[in-house]
Design a protein around this ligand. Structure first.
Ligand code: ZN
Length: 145
């Protein structure tokens, strides 16, 4: 995370030479690997450049895209993407780092469910949890209500 050398290496490895293609790939790498990048990713761009990413990275790209610009954008938004990068893709309870089983939790529940796009959740309203700890938190919360 936040390793400029790694981004540069990946760009070089791609073999891409056109400026516009390199910029598109750079933006996707920044989307998943740099905490300061707050741009969004678009599905068509991911599709065009997915061959430059591993299977796990492709999963990350598509899942984060769904939450910041796709079908789940009203329940999450770009702040969810910023939060999972803040957590360095790590479960905040057990330290699990396997992206395949990580989820983005609404810390205080989905209180904004009916809000529109101008009312995204704040970054601090999200945390990264593994699927098990997310399930456990949900069950505990249900028992308390
Ligand atoms: Zn966990």
């Amino acid at each position: 995370m936040d390793d400029e050398g790694y981004i540069a290496e990946r760009l070089q490895e791609s073999g891409l030479t056109k400026k516009i293609a390199l910029k598109a790939l750079e933006n996707l790498l920044r989307f998943i690997y740099t905490s300061s990048y707050q741009g969004k990713a678009v599905r068509s761009t991911i599709r065009n450049y997915e061959m430059y990413f591993s299977e796990v990275e492709q999963l990350m790209l598509y899942r984060l895209e769904t939450r910041c610009t796709g079908s789940e954008r009203f329940n999450y938004g770009i702040n969810a993407v910023i939060a999972i990068k803040r957590d360095k893709y790590t479960c905040q309870v057990c330290g699990e780092k396997d992206i395949r089983c990580l989820e983005i939790d609404h810390v205080n529940g989905r209180t904004h469910e009916k809000k529109n796009k101008e009312q995204y959740y704040e970054v601090n309203e999200f945390q990264t949890l593994c699927a098990n700890h997310h399930r456990i938190k949900t069950v505990v919360e249900r028992q308390q209500n």
